[in-house]
Design a protein. Structure first.
Length: 310
């Protein structure tokens, strides 16, 4: 079997092994997400030579949700630099749920850019330019990471917008602590729109591979962000990407990762690969049950833990 066939084969095997794994439920606090097919299970890997491998429902579209957070953090770092971004949002794991009031005592900054509080601020930090409003910039940036033009699922956007009072409350609380750069209503609207951008598992694997490759998209050869920015994003993903499951994830799987409530999950093998899974049933921390199981098995079987095989 060729090396390429072996990769495809192992993704298919993961799908067969974990496709019936019970447990978890699709998120339904955003009503539209509750309509997702719980049986959909897609896996994809993109290598540094730009090759895409996939199994199962890797072409099924879903909304990116929190998997957008590292990429918009990358955009903010590129536009404003680390020192300026760090004035507004920290880099410590919160140890709390994704939607918690994770604000640092003293400064009032959100704990990190991977939880909602920090992501709302990161999104708000992206300035409009004369030719391009901030959200268009965000959408174009996500598209460059994915290597194709992306769009917004308006139904999911409206669904979250109508039910997103907790995020709205967070945004107002952040303004009260003095760390909200724009009007909270505007910040949250832009954040909901960003979360509703439509992707597939294969898109997410390309996006993850771009971070793995020092900010260079290995499929389109577009340098989306600098190697320094990509490295900083991976650092924060390592410690904060899986919310209050981040420590356990780094301990066992040993790869920078990021999950989202629609069931997407990415893991990055620096200078090696971008991996992504899509499976909607989530555990209580808001992470995909089957996605985590498959990535854990891949890490164990192929020795992907970074501290083991740097
Ligand atoms: N849009 C979702 C929210 O803010 C994203 C959360 C997530 O994916 N964990 O609640």
């Amino acid at each position: 079997m060729s090396a390429a066939d072996a990769v495809t084969d192992s993704l298919h095997r993961m799908r067969a092994e974990f496709g019936d794994l019970p447990g978890g439920r699709p998120a339904d606090y955003i009503p539209q997400l509750g309509l997702a097919d719980p049986e959909a299970f897609g896996l994809a890997l993109v290598s540094m030579d730009g090759h895409g491998y996939s199994a199962g429902e890797a072409d099924v579209p879903f909304t990116i949700q929190s998997v957008s957070k590292p990429f918009i953090y990358a955009l903010a770092l590129s536009v404003l630099g680390l020192d300026e971004v760090s004035r507004w949002v920290g880099a410590e794991p919160s140890g709390d749920a994704f939607n918690a009031i994770s604000l640092e005592p003293g400064t009032g900054r959100p704990a990190n850019a991977m939880v909602n509080a920090g992501a709302i601020v990161t999104t708000a930090l992206i300035p409009d330019t004369p030719g391009e409003p901030a959200f268009e910039r965000i959408l174009r940036c996500l598209g460059r990471f994915a290597g194709r033009e992306l769009d917004v699922d308006e139904e999911v956007f409206t669904s979250e917008s109508m039910t997103g009072d907790r995020n709205r409350a967070l945004a107002y609380l952040i303004r009260a602590t003095g760390t909200m750069p724009v009007d909270p209503v505007l910040a949250v609207d832009r954040y909901f729109r960003q979360c509703a951008v439509r992707v597939t598992a294969l898109d997410l694997a390309t996006m993850a591979a771009t971070l793995a490759y020092g900010g260079l998209n290995p499929v389109t050869r577009d340098q989306v962000v600098s190697p320094e920015v990509a490295a900083r994003v991976l650092a924060v993903m390592s410690t904060c990407g899986m919310y209050d499951g981040s420590g356990e994830w780094l301990l066992r799987i040993g790869l920078p990762a990021k999950s989202g409530v629609s069931g997407g999950l990415i893991a990055v093998g620096p200078a090696r690969f971008g991996l992504a899974t899509y499976s909607p049933p989530l555990d209580t921390a808001g992470n995909s049950v089957r996605g985590q199981a498959a990535l854990r098995a891949l890490s164990e079987r192929y020795g992907l833990h970074l501290m083991l095989n740097p």
